[in-house]
Design a protein around this ligand. Structure first.
Ligand code: C5P
Length: 239
């Protein structure tokens, strides 16, 4: 199931590779985040990419345009299929990111990676964003940054389930929306630290291009069976 991405939120490369081996064929790719990348380095990305896996490198780059461009170029050379940057880095930084991905992929004869943006972290509420000097509601800021990412030529955004339908309406059908925070339905496990959740089916019906699922699969007694149940639920969605 192409639309189902699994967050390999595990402490070691060994455990991550083992889980990937278990799930390969049932899921659409694997997300590698800051914990695993910081602990194990780029070898984990290279290893999965060499096995033909789609790797979403979730390192949320946010720096001056030149530095982000170099980081995006490095991630492209590693074989990442998708990567992300913070939209709050501004138009120039976003354009530099999109440009670097295009240039590196062309020079190295690789498929173009998808570069997507984080808008507002889902851990932030109206009060938190006001403390950083940003007025208005969270959804206004999310919408503003999604449009900025699109204007810069990025491929999409990461969005919470609650934001997905608004962004889909705002940015059109071609824009990738990657939605974590999946619980309930076939992912009926503990809520963990996720607050405003949706089922996989609801998220796809709200307009998600991909969903990211971690603990409901990782912590399941049989991760492959858990992933297949979620994949079946996605297939049942009306889109
Ligand atoms: O275990 P769970 O399904 O909650 O994992 C969701 C994954 O998506 C985690 O890697 C988490 O860091 C990530 N994520 C998220 N919410 C965001 C952005 C990323 O849960 N807004």
């Amino acid at each position: 199931m192409d639309k189902l991405l699994i967050a390999l939120d595990l402490p070691t490369g060994g455990e991550a590779l083992q889980l990937a081996d278990t799930l390969r064929g049932s899921v659409g790719g694997f997300k590698i985040g800051n914990q695993l990348f910081t602990a194990e380095g780029p070898v984990i990305v290279r290893t999965l990419a060499a096995k033909g896996d789609r790797v979403f490198l979730d390192l949320k780059f946010h720096d001056i345009p030149n530095t982000v461009a170099r980081a995006v170029a490095a991630a492209t050379s590693l074989g990442a299929w998708m990567m992300n940057v913070h939209a709050a880095g501004g138009l120039k930084m976003l354009e530099a990111a999109a440009d670097a991905a295009r240039k590196t992929a062309t020079e190295e004869g690789r498929p173009m990676p998808r570069v997507i943006a984080v808008t507002v972290l889902t851990s932030m509420n109206a009060q938190n964003i006001a403390q950083t000097g940003i007025g208005g509601t969270v959804i206004e800021q999310v919408s503003r940054l999604a449009r900025l990412a699109q204007r810069a030529g990025l491929d999409g955004v990461v969005a919470s389930p609650q934001e997905t339908s608004v962004i889909r309406a705002l940015c059109g059908e071609e824009f990738d929306i990657v939605t974590p925070g999946i619980r309930g339905g076939a992912a009926a496990t503990a809520k963990d630290d996720q607050e405003r959740t949706m089922t996989a089916k609801e998220a796809i019906e709200a307009g998600a291009s991909y969903i990211v699922v971690g603990r409901p699969v990782i912590a399941a007694p049989d991760p492959r069976e858990a992933a297949e149940r979620i994949a079946d639920e996605i297939r049942s969605a009306r889109r």
